[in-house]
Design a protein around this ligand. Sequence first.
Ligand SMILES: Nc1ncnc2c1ncn2[C@@H]1O[C@H](COP(=O)(O)OP(=O)(O)OC[C@H]2O[C@@H]([n+]3cccc(C(=O)O)c3)[C@H](O)[C@@H]2O)[C@@H](O)[C@H]1O
Ligand SMILES: Nc1ncnc2c1ncn2[C@@H]1O[C@H](COP(=O)(O)OP(=O)(O)OP(=O)(O)O)[C@@H](O)[C@H]1O
Ligand SMILES: NC(=O)CC[C@H](N)C(=O)O
Length: 556
Amino acid sequence: MTAITDTLRLALVQLNPTLGDLAGNAEKLRAARATAAGQGADLLITSELFISGYPPEDLVLKPAFVRACRRHVEDLAKETADGGPAVLIGAPWMIDDKLHNVVCLLDGGEVQAVRAKVDLPNYGPFDEKRVFTPGPLPGPIDFRGLRIGVPICEDTWNDEVCECLAETGAEILLVPNGSPYWADKIEERIQVMVARVVESGLPLVYVNQVGGQDELIFDGASFALEADRTLSIQMPQFQEDIATFTWKREGDTWKCVDGTRLPAPGLAEAQWRACVMGLRDYVMKNGFPGVILGLSGGIDSAICAAMAVDALGADKVRCVMLPYHYTASESLEDAAACAKALGVAYDVVPIEPAVSGFEAVLKPLFDGLASNVAEENVQARTRGVILMAISNKFGPMLVTTGNKSEMSVGYATLYGDMNGGFNPIKDIYKTEVFKLAAWRNTHRPADALGPEGEVIPERIITKPPSAELRPDQTDQDSLPPYDVLDDILECLVEREMSVSQIEERGHDAALINRIQNLLYVAEYKRRQAPPGVKVTSRNFGRDRRYPITNRFRDKR
Ligand SMILES: Nc1ncnc2c1ncn2[C@@H]1O[C@H](COP(=O)(O)OP(=O)(O)OC[C@H]2O[C@@H]([n+]3cccc(C(=O)O)c3)[C@H](O)[C@@H]2O)[C@@H](O)[C@H]1O
Ligand SMILES: Nc1ncnc2c1ncn2[C@@H]1O[C@H](COP(=O)(O)OP(=O)(O)OP(=O)(O)O)[C@@H](O)[C@H]1O
Ligand SMILES: NC(=O)CC[C@H](N)C(=O)O
């Protein structure tokens, strides 16, 4: 092992670990280390809590799990006796009977140093104070003569830890992250990291996890900032990568001399790829052979089918059209055209006999009563029963297709179209669904498994949305136009604005009050809804945790 005097070959390892698959994650690390060794690396840096996967949530409250994580890290440490690259790897770790979120330096056959995370995030999707104890303010770690500062993710979102590392002699900041994606997150991260570089005067290397973990998407996009704030490395977004770069000592600072910068995708592509990655990893990591979904000829199921094909390939996606009396002939044509464009298996299963059966059974109870939402919901639930039967019989997971606008106002039937295991568009408002569908018809991301060209027939995008649960129904019979609804919802959900603030944007006060009421009342439905991909700064699920029983209404 040579001392690091003037040159450091540093491998940035952004990989997709599977939560809880300790042996699998350790194997991934071994393979990455072999690759990095081939690239001449002295040191590998991986993402936060790499051995367990991030975020492990309450799994770390199980002592057997924490012990197993440690065993795997100690085994990996022994393997560094081979004189190859050293490793910075994260793990849940007991220190003096307290559980910490740490990074270990593995080198020369041993765990050379352990650093605990100081700043435990407890907002938005994060809940770390619940399970971890904060560590003391750290000093640098001596790595073969180089003093490396290793703040862990949230430690860099405030100034204290990096300042302490700089004051105690760190020469470079190496930051393992478990930083979830949401729209415009790359810019947010870079802004925050630039502030740390300016305050500390140190170069900073930022390595993030890749992959979907339940609701959260980790988008990689690791990067490095020079001490003068130059962005010298930008790694790919939504993709695993291992890349080794050379850092040279220049005077009293370190500079990357061979950095490369890959352009990040634009917002539409990023949102699409996040939804696709979330669905793919949910399905694959939970061991499903594929997915099924009800394809209605409407836009929500069409976009979900396209995302599923991009995620898994057409041979793993089965679509079922379940027509009833109110299904327009255009819907049958559009669903068939969409299935054909995507190249998926497609069945038509009329629900009339099953709905008639329910009506006959209910007749003695409902006799003489006008038909209403009860009968409408029987249609949605009949579809749900049939789709779940296919899922049970053949094994694929049912994809749930409700967008964020519908999830907000409860415009979906419990145990009907809310059935399913996972929802790729749960955090996408309806107006964005239209835009993304049009975007995908003209763009195909490099890692998409679906075809080029129009995958969502134009008429599905242009016709008025309808649940087709009664004659001539459209969504706008009971909801305002989606651009109005979505603006009000975004103000209420993402920005927590008051009714009077929203009114100042030009919306009608009575309408805002009605939407607010629908939003609060639908909390019970959201608690029973399947999880889905988070792509905004505030999703339903991990982020927004409102009470179900709640009499508060903001009044103008
Ligand atoms: N706080 C609470 N905690 C627990 N349960 C609660 C509850 N409040 C009501 N409930 C129960 O929930 C049930 C009512 O909910 P649910 O049965 O779902 O029915 P509901 O919400 O009354 O009706 C479904 C609505 O979604 C619309 N929809 C359906 C299907 C597709 C689409 C679309 O285009 O995407 C739209 C449909 O037009 C209708 O407006 C009742 O049994 C009620 O007792
Ligand atoms: N005729 C149908 N055949 C198959 N699936 C259906 C049918 N009608 C509804 N579904 C399923 O139920 C979901 C909710 O459908 P609905 O038509 O009520 O409203 P939506 O939210 O506007 O969805 P979409 O835009 O997909 O029609 C659909 O996305 C689809 O998965
Ligand atoms: N794991 C963490 O500490 C992540 C927190 C950080 N603010 C982020 O979103 O990137």
